[in-house]
Design a protein around this ligand. Sequence first.
Ligand code: AMP
Length: 283
Amino acid sequence: MEVVTRIEDLRRIIPAAKREGRTVGLVPTMGALHAGHLSLIDCAKENGDFIVVSIFVNPTQFGPNEDFERYPRPLEADVEKCREAGVDLIFAPIVDVMYPDGYGTYVDVEGVTDMLEGASRPGHFRGVATVVLKLFAAVEPTRAYFGMKDYQQLKVIEKMVRDLNVKLEIVPVPILRESDGLAMSSRNVYLKPEERQAALALYRALNAAKEAVGSGEKDTKAIQRVASDIIKAEPLAKIDYVAVVDPETLAPIDHIEDKILVALAVRIGSVRLIDNMLVGGNN
Ligand code: AMP
């Protein structure tokens, strides 16, 4: 496994793998790797890809009051995890490689960025779409793997790929959870023990929404209330949003006819956590 930091290295190594007949799978990450990231890598392995993991804490997707500076950057441990997982190549550029002096091109995906994370974090998806398109152009992967943990991000990338005719396949990967239900996240390390316990309210809320739908509730306001009441009952939790939306357009819906997405963002102390669950339809 090689660890490289420059675009030129990618241009040397990846075409060589393609010449040997390999498909190339890209797993974009911000590092601080956990089992959730490894499940993306495992999917790439199942597809037989030459696996490229990018590790880059992308400054353009963080707002001015967000955690860019304090975001964990345990590069050596990440490299070890990738080696053990059978990754072929790590791309870990410094900020200047991705955004050199004079950089000035950004990708704005319309519509699907208006709500949820897009509303709470202005400019976030502009940064995400920009860095992901740059990674696609640098790696030229056959497939790229994205976790459903960041469900809206997945939809934004799918739309960008469609709209800009980017030639690759986007592979969605289900959310990996701790045994008690907390969705794995690099930000979980910020949680103090009592906050870690309080964070379980997110999964409880999603399950309660699922149960309500299972027992025949069709009114999305009632489902939203069931979920938000559970978060409100947790003293350390503060709701950013609890939303019931269409899983494709992410637009709010009033009445359930098919599958819905229950998505939430909740602050536990100073830590902002997101989670979601697809409910109804065949789920
Ligand atoms: P991040 O490093 O947080 O930017 O995440 C990199 C990729 O891993 C994104 O596609 C995430 O959606 C995915 N990911 C993060 N946590 C999980 C999880 N718990 N389950 C599945 N995928 C995840």
